[in-house]
Design a protein around this ligand. Structure first.
Ligand code: PBG
Length: 332
């Protein structure tokens, strides 16, 4: 054999397996499944309310009865779970309305469990939607977030949600020790089967803007940098993941998603717990805004971003597009 022939024989052609859709499908490594998608819902007090959220196109403020209707629709589409955020009727310094068993979230949990028993219900556990100052914890005299005083509030909120029927509670506050505090409190209350999905590595991110408008949870002063993480710190993020796993988290969540693909991959290698990622409101908003201008194809951009998040290592994805994506996948 002369040298030229030998080169030809050993010539790797990656394009061979890309020649037609059936081949591409055969070798596709990452495939989205609605069962792994989680849809956030924003619950408000009252009845028969379904009001469009200006900052989050396509999302609604739903009263508990309408949240149940929506949950049923989502189950029909095959969406894996709903994640409930609450907008209470009133707020105070301690976030007491978050502990009210008649508040919008516990009420929605009960209605969803009754009218859509298949639905997996996850609830957000955090004070920022319930405090008048908008911080994720209780403040001390100097106006700083008091970590340890916040823990008991969070633990009690988790219990209220568990009592209403939430299968998974999702603390998103970033206080130290809250996973352990919630676990112990739930266990003592008899809720040993209620799982904890911990926002382990959550950045102090610029991408939460539309959500804070939707949830009415923007801090009245300062920012969240004394509790949420510096996006510059990947090793510290892994420390957060390890601590939450050690405290008893059942699932680990990384947030935001696209700006943290490396952390998603690393977390997956670090702990053998299900890894979730949250494609946050600002990530969705970027796609919506660019699509509105005709700068990119909305559907392709959504699917590509979600595949990238899954490929990086997120087995579960919280996304505002969950229902739409489920529809597209079903139609294929
Ligand atoms: C509350 C919370 C926030 C988000 C989820 N839970 C806002 C924040 O931390 O300021 C953001 C979600 C999104 O942007 O879609 N702690």
């Amino acid at each position: 054999m002369d040298a030229a022939t030998e080169t030809e024989l050993s010539f790797a052609r990656t394009r061979r397996l890309r020649q037609r859709p059936a081949l591409r499908r055969l070798v596709q490594e990452t495939r989205l499944d609605p069962a792994n998608l989680i849809k956030p819902l924003f619950v408000v007090p009252g009845r028969d309310r379904r009001e469009a959220i200006a900052s989050l196109p396509g999302q609604f403020h739903l009263s508990p009865d309408q949240a149940a209707v929506e949950a049923r629709r989502l189950v029909g589409l095959g969406v894996g779970a709903v994640l409930l955020f609450g907008l209470p009727a009133g707020k105070d310094a301690l976030g007491q309305s978050g502990l009210d068993p008649r508040g919008p979230v516990p009420e929605a949990v009960r209605q969803i469990r009754a009218r859509s028993p298949e639905t997996v219900v996850i609830t957000d556990v955090c004070l920022c939607e319930y405090t008048d100052h908008g911080h994720c914890g209780v403040l001390d005299e100097a106006g700083r977030v008091d970590n340890d005083r916040t823990l008991s509030q969070l633990a009690r909120m988790a219990e209220v949600h568990a009592e209403a029927g939430a299968e998974i509670v999702a603390p998103s506050d970033m206080m130290d020790g809250r996973v352990g505090a919630i676990r112990r409190h739930l266990d003592r209350g008899g809720y040993t089967d209620t799982a904890i999905m911990s926002y382990a590595a959550k950045h102090a991110s610029a991408f939460y803007g539309p959500f804070r408008e939707a949830a009415g949870s923007a801090p009245a002063f300062g920012d969240r940098r004394s509790y949420q993480m510096d996006p510059a710190n990947g090793r510290e993020a892994m420390r957060e993941v390890m601590l939450d796993a050690a405290e008893g988290a059942d699932l680990i969540l990384i947030k935001p998603a696209l700006p943290a693909l490396d952390l998603i991959g690393e977390a997956r290698r670090l702990v053998h717990l299900p890894i979730a990622a949250y494609q946050v409101s600002g990530e969705a908003a970027m796609i919506e805004a660019a699509a509105q201008r005709g700068w990119l194809s909305r559907q392709d951009a959504i699917l590509e971003s979600l595949v990238a998040i899954q490929r990086a290592g997120a087995q579960l994805i919280v996304t505002y597009f969950a229902d739409e994506v489920a529809g597209w996948l079903g139609a294929r």
